[in-house]
Design a binder for this molecule. Structure first.
Ligand SMILES: Cc1cc2nc3c(=O)[nH]c(=O)nc-3n(C[C@H](O)[C@H](O)[C@H](O)COP(=O)(O)OP(=O)(O)OC[C@H]3O[C@@H](n4cnc5c(N)ncnc54)[C@H](O)[C@@H]3O)c2cc1C
Length: 383
């Protein structure tokens, strides 16, 4: 007979979302007698991502933070803006530090089963979810699932822009950076009329992560990112020697795909698969923290865990920006220039955190050229 293991909760995917959720369940005495099984195809023993996010004051991950900044630069062909991030700090967390921290807490708890396997199928029954892995069946009352729905890959209706980038940690032979200042977007070296920019995170006076980043529907050859980094360094760090110490790359979906429609009675999509990546920016780490809090509250109130996670207002705003980026990608640099020049950073951060009020929304909407967005509304309406 087939062996069946029964759990209260299952989490598929021990990434940014799955691990934040697992830790929140373990930290809350309400769930002290509830069992949890976690599945991940990967061992989570590599530093595969550098997560950054802005946060006011002290935060939950402060002891793991590698570096934080209190100033940022936005640059384009018109000017170089230096902006104070106060009352926020921009913080950098290396994914391996987070994985190690989470794995040790999970192990210490002694009440989580961790299975390093790829989950292919789940089946919903009246009492919960059945997860079959390597001929074994696991049952869970509720499953939190980080896998992208299969229809996402076939879908042709939604906007599919991507934040795609390649980054290199460059170590210079002498001090060249202000460690308090990171570069959010530098549009002085645009690639072929696209929305493409340099993002720079100095971790000390000699070393920084340089990421050449696109917000665009089309990917480019790997050599393009590297050539852009080389050209940028040649132009703005003339005569300084450096070595490459580490590399990172990524493709983050920026999409209005309706992920929120893929929850079911006993299954909640989380992380990228739950639509937790802010479609207009590609940021999601901090967003995941907020959504996990909401899930915990919902579980305690015996509501569906996804209740209140999807925010229609921001879905609408993001859809319009994605429409512009998809059909008129060359307009991105001007849009971001107007956004950063005409708003306080605090207002922008509140808007991107999904915490803006109507006044903030009005400020943001009226700070940029409306024509591309009116055209985007028209394109949305005529389908
Ligand atoms: C290189 C990179 C840098 C980024 N930087 C930032 C940043 O600075 N700030 C920010 O806010 N966001 C950033 N993001 C975006 C976003 O925060 C991350 O993609 C984040 O990791 C998404 O969380 P997640 O849990 O959905 O996915 P992941 O963290 O990728 O976790 C998903 C997990 O599910 C597992 N999995 C998938 N399929 C299966 C399966 N079938 N069976 C078992 N396990 C499975 C995977 O192995 C993985 O461990 C970055 C993304 C990338 C790729």
């Amino acid at each position: 007979m087939k062996e069946i293991e029964q759990y209260d909760f299952a989490i598929i995917g021990a990434g940014a979302a799955g691990l934040q959720l697992a830790l929140a369940l373990l930290n809350d005495s309400f769930f002290a007698d509830q069992s949890l099984v976690i599945f991940d195809a990967d061992l989570k023993d590599e530093n595969d991502k550098t997560w950054c996010f802005w946060e006011k004051g002290k935060g939950q991950w402060d002891e793991l933070i590698r570096h934080s900044w209190s100033q940022t630069t936005f640059a384009d062909s018109k000017e170089l803006l230096k902006l104070n991030t106060s009352p926020y700090h921009y913080k950098m967390l290396r994914s391996l530090d987070f994985y190690n921290f989470a794995k040790s807490k999970i192990e210490q708890s002694g009440r989580v089963k961790w299975i390093t396997e790829n989950v292919q199928t789940t089946r919903e029954s009246t009492e919960g979810i059945e997860i079959s892995v390597q001929g074994k069946t696991f049952k869970a009352g509720h499953c939190f699932d980080s896998r992208l729905p299969e229809t996402y890959f076939k879908d042709r209706e939604s906007h599919k822009v991507a934040q795609h980038f390649k980054g290199q940690f460059l170590k210079f032979d002498e001090p060249v950076f202000d460690q308090q200042n990171f570069t959010m977007m530098d549009y002085r070296l645009i690639y072929k009329n696209t929305t493409s920019f340099m993002y720079i995170l100095p971790v000390n006076s000699r070393e920084a992560l340089f990421e050449y980043t696109f917000f665009s529907p089309d990917l480019v050859d790997e050599s393009v990112y590297l050539d852009q980094i080389r050209s940028y360094v040649t132009e703005y760090f003339k005569n300084h020697k450096f070595e490459v110490t580490e590399e990172e790359d990524g493709i983050i979906p920026m999409t209005n795909f309706p992920f929120h429609k893929y929850h079911s009675k006993h299954l909640t999509k989380i992380g990228t698969a739950g639509g937790w990546v802010r479609a207009s920016t590609g940021y999601s780490f901090k967003n995941a923290g907020g959504n996990v809090k909401k899930i915990i509250e919902n579980l305690k109130k015996r509501q569906h865990p996804s209740t209140g996670v999807f925010k229609k207002k921001y879905h609408f705003f993001d859809t319009l920006l994605l429409n512009v980026l998809q059909y008129e990608n060359h307009l991105g640099p001007a849009f971001f220039g107007q956004l950063y020049r005409n708003n306080r950073l605090e207002t922008i951060f509140r808007f991107l955190d999904g915490e803006s009020d109507i006044l903030d929304d009005l400020k943001i909407v009226t700070s940029v050229n409306p024509w591309p967005f009116l055209k985007a509304i028209y394109r949305e309406l005529i389908g």
